[in-house]
Design a protein around this ligand. Structure first.
Ligand code: SAM
Length: 232
């Protein structure tokens, strides 16, 4: 039976792709990609010649119906994004939900995603965590941060380098100046770096040392702050 495959791709290092992902990408009829030029670099490296079609947040509302029709008609289709796992702060959710509604089988392969290495590398508890993706840029940003200040689980945010200092200052303001934070930058790439410290210390560091590249912010939960205060 034909199906939709959700296939994670590397978040930097092109060697971070599973043998099964390569096998699926080589065997499907169509690969839906966020940016066909970005994905063609990966596909060329592994000599994968499947037909590439564009599927991104600006056209996904319009195309999901037709994609489902083609899978129902016998085509095997894979969805990839520019990096990491589709559906995680990337297009994917709408198509998977539509497939579920239409009774079309979906198979999601395990693989790269940026928040898992950032979380594990932070050294904060990773038995329970809360993935928030990107914070709203303007409306609702402060309300969300105020609400999350009491969250007991470790928190994870995706952030752009242009907003990193602002976000660290806001974490310091709403969560407390000594709330511990871990910033992972350029994971799996040549200039990979993880820096830990209080929100205030890291805001000061990145004000002096302009951050570049892709960033995940991991923040210790409120419960951890209370545990530390009881120990002291
Ligand atoms: N689908 C992706 C995933 O599974 O992680 C996320 C895509 S989202 C559009 C892009 C954001 O993910 C970046 O702005 C950054 O916050 C994070 N990200 C992706 N690659 C990264 C990397 N190599 N190092 C650090 N953060 C990364």
């Amino acid at each position: 039976m034909s199906k939709l495959f959700i296939v994670p791709t590397p978040i930097g290092n092109l060697e971070d792709i599973t043998l099964r992902a390569l096998k699926v990408l080589s065997s499907v009829d169509i690969i839906l990609a966020e940016d066909t030029r970005t994905s063609s670099v990966l596909l060329k490296k592994y000599d994968i010649k499947a037909r590439l079609e564009s599927h991104h947040k600006f056209n996904e509302h319009k195309t999901i119906g037709y994609i489902c029709e083609r899978i129902a008609g016998g085509a095997n289709i894979a969805l990839i994004s520019d990096a990491g796992t589709p559906g995680i702060s990337d297009p994917g959710f709408l198509l998977v939900r539509k497939c579920r509604e239409e009774g079309i089988e979906v198979e999601t392969l395990p693989g790269p995603t940026a928040f898992v290495p950032a979380l594990v590398n932070s050294g904060f508890p990773c038995d329970r965590f809360c993935f928030e993706g990107f914070l709203p840029i303007k409306k609702g940003r402060q309300t969300k941060l105020k609400m999350l200040a009491r969250e007991e689980r470790t928190l994870i945010f995706y952030e752009s380098p242009y907003r990193l200092v602002k976000t660290l200052l806001q974490i310091s303001e709403f969560f407390g100046a000594d709330r511990q934070v871990s910033v992972s930058r350029e994971l799996t790439k040549i200039h990979e770096e993880t820096r830990r410290g209080s929100a205030t210390e890291l805001a000061a560091w990145y004000s002096q040392n302009e951050p570049k590249g892709e960033i995940v912010i991991v923040v210790e939960g409120e419960g951890k702050v209370r545990d530390r205060e009881i120990e002291e």
